[in-house]
Design a binder for this molecule. Structure first.
Ligand code: C5P
Length: 215
């Protein structure tokens, strides 16, 4: 079993996406990017070439890897496709499920009645898209699942639905979103591992080792 990622290219998405309503407003979520950045650092520490495609976060670009900054889900998908082919793809980003159907090019004015309703359109599912590629599908595709209940059953179903190889599932019923720790289930095709609650960097280090062993 290998304990190194030398010679491997790992592609990771992290953080939220920001979907513009107009030049000053957007739809987004509370993802901090911490877990994805931690995984990127852990893979780089094991010797991988790492491309980190990151939505807006407060985190500094990690040393020793390439960080590609994006805002929207469409930009994130394009940056991911541009980075292929890679050996591994890890989708950690909390991609906004919807975006405004049309972003206004001028600030919408409340007093002029310009902001009465918002038409939304679905964003592409980046994990599902990459999982179903024919030629450029990375050999190992890993998704994340944040659930508040029935974590294992929902994660198993998500693994199949997304077409990925592994799902890292976390229970977000506590303070995981934006918090420093994570309690994880690793759902693979033929087994499920239950990891004790630990800091996000420790989750990342353990995942990087597991990836190295699987390749
Ligand atoms: O369906 P759900 O959002 O719960 O799935 C989460 C997983 O799918 C995460 O790995 C996330 O990065 C990925 N995802 C994605 N593109 C989307 C939505 C989710 O890559 N539009």
């Amino acid at each position: 079993m290998a304990d190194t990622l030398k010679g491997r290219h790992v592609l990771i998405t992290a953080g939220p996406t920001r979907e513009p309503i107009d030049p000053v407003r957007f739809i987004s979520n509370h993802s901090s990017g911490q877990q994805g950045y931690a995984i990127a650092k852990a893979c780089a520490a094991l010797g991988a070439k790492v491309t980190l495609v990151a939505g807006p976060t407060a985190l500094a670009d990690p040393d020793g890897l390439e960080t590609v900054h994006v805002e929207t889900a469409l930009e994130m998908l394009a940056a991911v496709e541009k980075a292929l082919p890679t050996d591994v793809f890890i989708a950690v980003a909390a991609v906004a499920d919807w975006r405004p159907a049309e972003a206004a090019d001028k600030k919408l004015k409340l007093d002029k009645g310009e902001f009465t309703s918002l038409a939304l359109t679905e964003n592409p599912d980046i994990l599902k898209t990459i999982s179903h590629l024919d030629e450029d599908r990375p050999g190992l595709v890993i998704g994340f699942a944040a659930e508040t209940h029935d974590v294992e059953a929902l994660a198993k179903a998500k693994r199949v639905r997304k077409g990925c190889d592994w799902i890292v599932a976390n229970d977000v019923s506590g303070d995981v979103m934006g918090g420093a720790e994570n309690a994880v289930l690793l759902v693979m095709e033929d087994k499920v591992e239950v990891w004790e609650r630990m800091p996000k960097q420790a989750v990342a280090d353990a995942l990087a080792r597991q990836i190295a062993a699987a390749l």
